[in-house]
Design a protein around this ligand. Structure first.
Ligand SMILES: [Ca+2]
Length: 335
């Protein structure tokens, strides 16, 4: 080796020696800092809601939202694991329920656990009464690391959205990330991705060129999942085309908590609202004593015929203590 060449190798080695630790730190930082993967959402006005589907989506009204930042994808198991490593957070599903708050509950329903979906062969959801959902099973031992209960694992799903977290767990994650949950108005504005008044986050056609654009349910719900979109259950975050703002899975995959209380009548008399924050209290249809929060986006369980909520205007309520294997969230940050 000539002296010149030796010198240049020495330079390369020195540069690498100095730069490598910073590169590795950068990678670690990207893993630990959810904000590094956030998308800037501009402020603006839009027609919120949809008059063509479920009644709680109307009336369509004009809303103005200021600019903010939003997670590019639903918070993943990998991101949630970084939060748990950093904070020692124990999720609600991992803790027993205080029986004093639920004196009529059976002892087995107070164990640590969460709600797990089970396919119901032969059942037609349309034949079930309002609030009757025999496909949900409280499962002791189900939590974010074991979404379907003991024996299940997220080892091969680290890039899937985290599930089996409650609204309160989502708040804890957001606080750690220096952010907050989006309001319903912010969520819908971001989901529409610059399109106004469209049925879907990608336009008005459910399957442009025959393509399924989101992870939802095909086949009869809840009896069989044909997975024509390629996925039974959750899909890796961002598997489907991003919307106009570059956000993944604003339709389907998992429902996403918002900061607003849920009421089907939220939109009445709200035309022209600026940065609306939802009603003062959520409805309590199950009589649990806990109001519901609004969640958005639909999930891998949303069927075209039964639920049909993989649309930007679709809304649903969930109480603050319930964890399921089709509910997650993403984080908002003020500019
Ligand atoms: Ca699917």
């Amino acid at each position: 080796m000539t002296p010149d060449r030796a010198k240049s190798w020495l330079t390369v080695a020195m540069v690498a020696g100095v730069a490598l630790p910073f590169l590795l730190l950068g990678l670690l930082h990207a893993d630990a800092d959810p904000r590094a993967d956030a998308v800037a959402i501009p402020g603006g006005s839009f027609a919120m809601g949809d008059g063509a589907h479920h009644p709680e989506e109307g009336p369509v009204h004009r809303v103005t939202v200021r600019g903010f930042r939003l997670s590019r994808t639903e918070v993943t198991n990998r991101q949630f694991a970084a939060f748990v490593r950093a904070t020692g957070h124990v999720t609600d599903a991992e803790k027993p329920v205080d029986g004093r708050a639920f004196p009529n509950a059976r002892p087995e329903d107070l164990l640590p656990g969460a709600m797990v979906f089970r396919v119901q062969p032969g059942l037609d959801a349309a034949m079930c009464g309002v609030g009757e959902m025999p496909w949900w099973h409280f499962t002791p031992g189900a939590d974010w690391r074991h979404p379907e209960g003991p024996g299940s694992s997220i080892d091969d799903r680290m890039d899937h959205p985290v599930t089996q977290v409650t609204y309160r767990d989502a708040l804890a994650y957001c606080a750690w990330a220096g952010g907050r949950l989006p309001t319903e108005a912010e969520w819908e504005w971001a989901a529409r991705g610059g399109l106004d008044g469209k049925a879907y986050v990608w336009g008005d056609e459910e399957r442009p060129d025959g393509r399924i654009m989101a992870n939802h349910w095909q086949g009869g719900f809840p009896s069989r999942d044909l997975a024509e979109d390629g996925f039974h259950g959750t899909a890796p975050a961002g598997s489907f085309p991003a919307n106009g703002y570059g956000l993944g899975d604003m339709a389907g995959n998992v429902w996403e908590f918002t900061s607003d209380w849920y009421d089907p009548a939220t939109y009445r008399g709200r035309d022209g609202a600026v940065n609306p924050r939802g009603p003062a209290m959520g409805v309590d249809p199950m009589g649990t004593g806990f109001g519901q929060r609004a969640m958005r986006g639909g999930s891998w369980l949303c069927d075209r015929a039964y639920c049909f909520r993989f649309r930007p205007a679709a809304r649903h309520g969930v109480d603050e203590l319930t964890a399921t294997n089709h509910t997650g969230f993403r984080v908002a940050w003020d500019e």
